[in-house]
Design a protein around this ligand. Structure first.
Ligand code: GAP
Length: 457
């Protein structure tokens, strides 16, 4: 049984079955932009709902938020994104191609220790000392290195000038920090508590790619958890366990495809005192799936300073005011989506040298839980009643009457439908249907009146 596929196989599979399409395809596409089809949006919604239930609804001290994408530009000054959220770019003077200087070095000399904080002069010195040539034209004629800010600019009102310049948020987190005092007061919350948010983020990535792994528009699921400073390290450890619980027990990802990686001190983002990445073994190799950071009091302190608003918390026991320390688990919906597909998609042998494609999702993630398949067109009336009953009960289901029953089973296996219910000529008489399990392919006869109870189990 093969379980590991290359990126092209996954991209084609997702397109053919209506999960992910290249965006703007009829106009020749738009590089690194993807649209989520009917099955893709269903899977994405299931991922988001499971995350929301696991990390927010089922926790006693968690609340949610939906903040704006476009915020006052002062937010990005205080957060450090205007000064620090940039990549080092270098141009080839001969062919005018542009590259990320750190990536040029990493690709040629993976052993040289550089990171996102290595300064531009040092990067340029390495490129010149090592005589690194342009991967496009082979010349070694470079410009100086410039910082390129990754935030997407836009402007409000009809006048496009500096005063009206705004940014699309590069992370959802800042919407939570700037609402900290509002949320704490309005809901009379006591520290420790956390705020979760799901929403779009935008980054003008220099090197997007690897399908939906790195795009310029994506969705984040982030939590900012506000702690007494001394408790932040323990909360960090707790979140390591919670993330593992979500990945392995809820999403049922395979343990061998996930590993943890601790950032070196020199490789920390401008706001972080400790960062751990959960990496997934994607078709292009091990890469970051989920980040966990100890953001200390960095963001709240800076917003307090720049805005002049009080963003501390008054300890009801000691009557002392302090700035909470924040632990932040942050994951991209699309990266989880990609990992889930890579983990679940398989092609397995069945009888007579044939194979079948299966998307072995756990029930909670399946776009359709049930497919209702009448054996013949003549049985539509009875089969439709079963389908209507499932839909009325809120069970995502699909009705399929086209093609042989074998072909219909194959199609449902390939999109992860957990059960196929076949309505046959006997069903009209005995009020029973055949229920087939996607993974075992075992079939059992069940009374129509018992189906909802069966699925409830
Ligand atoms: N608030 C912290 C933060 O944004 P990050 O490591 O830059 O940290 C968090 O991003 C997560 O967001 C990543 O682990 C990844 O899952 C997702 N992500 C970041 N950039 C992305 C991109 N260009 N495309 C898709 N997902 C991305």
């Amino acid at each position: 049984m093969s379980t590991k596929f290359d990126q092209t196989t996954i991209v084609n599979y997702l397109k053919n079955y209506g999960f992910v399409f290249a965006s703007s395809e009829i106009y020749g596409g738009l590089a690194n932009a993807w649209d989520y089809g009917p099955l893709g949006v269903a899977l994405k919604n299931n991922i988001k709902n499971l995350w929301w239930n696991y990390f927010i609804t089922s926790q006693p001290n968690m609340v949610g938020l939906d903040s704006s994408i476009i915020l006052n530009p002062a937010v990005w000054k205080a957060s450090g994104h205007l000064a620090n959220f940039s990549d080092p770019l270098i141009d080839c003077k001969a062919c005018h191609q542009r590259f990320r200087a750190d990536k040029l070095i990493e690709e040629k000399y993976p052993d040289i220790k550089i990171n996102e904080n290595t300064d531009k002069a040092e990067l340029l010195k390495i490129i010149k000392d090592k005589k690194i040539v342009c991967p496009n034209c082979g010349k070694a004629d470079w410009t100086d290195i410039r910082s390129f800010n990754l935030m997407f600019k836009t402007s409000q009102s009809v006048i496009e000038d500096k005063a009206n310049e705004l940014y699309l948020r590069p992370e959802t987190a800042q919407g939570i920090f700037i609402n900290f005092a509002n949320i704490q007061r309005a809901l009379r919350l006591k520290v420790p508590f956390g705020v979760g948010q799901i929403g779009k983020a935008f980054r003008n990535e220099i090197t997007p790619g690897n399908f939906i792994f790195r795009t310029r528009e994506f969705e984040q699921m982030e939590i900012e958890f506000f702690n007494y400073p001394k408790d932040a390290p323990a909360k960090f450890e707790q979140y390591i366990k919670d993330i593992e619980g979500f990945l392995f027990n809820v999403l049922k990802l395979k343990k061998e495809n996930i590993r943890m990686s601790e950032h070196d001190k020199a490789d920390l983002s401008h706001y972080s005192a400790r960062t751990v990445d959960f990496q997934y073994n994607f078709p292009h190799g091990w890469a970051e799936l989920w980040g966990l950071a100890n953001r200390t009091d960095f963001d709240l302190s800076n917003h307090q300073k720049l805005s002049g608003s009080t963003l501390g918390y008054l300890d009801p026991e000691t009557n002392e005011r302090f700035i909470p320390y924040v632990v932040e688990p942050s994951v991209g919906v699309e990266r989880l989506f990609y990992a889930i597909i890579c983990d679940a998609y398989r092609v397995e042998p069945i009888k007579d040298g044939e194979t079948r494609e299966v998307l072995g999702l756990p029930y909670a993630l399946c776009p359709y839980k049930v497919a209702v398949l009448p054996l013949s067109n003549k049985l539509n009336d009875g089969a439709k009643k079963v389908f209507d009953m499932l839909i009325a009960a809120g069970i995502p289901s699909v009705y399929d009457v086209t093609g042989s029953i074998g072909k219909r089973y194959r199609r449902q296996d390939a999109i992860g439908t957990y059960y196929c219910i076949t309505y046959d000529f006997d069903s009209q008489k005995d009020e029973c249907v055949t229920v087939r399990n996607r993974d075992t392919m075992k079939q059992e006869r069940i009374k129509i009146s018992e189906i909802l109870k069966f699925l409830g189990k």
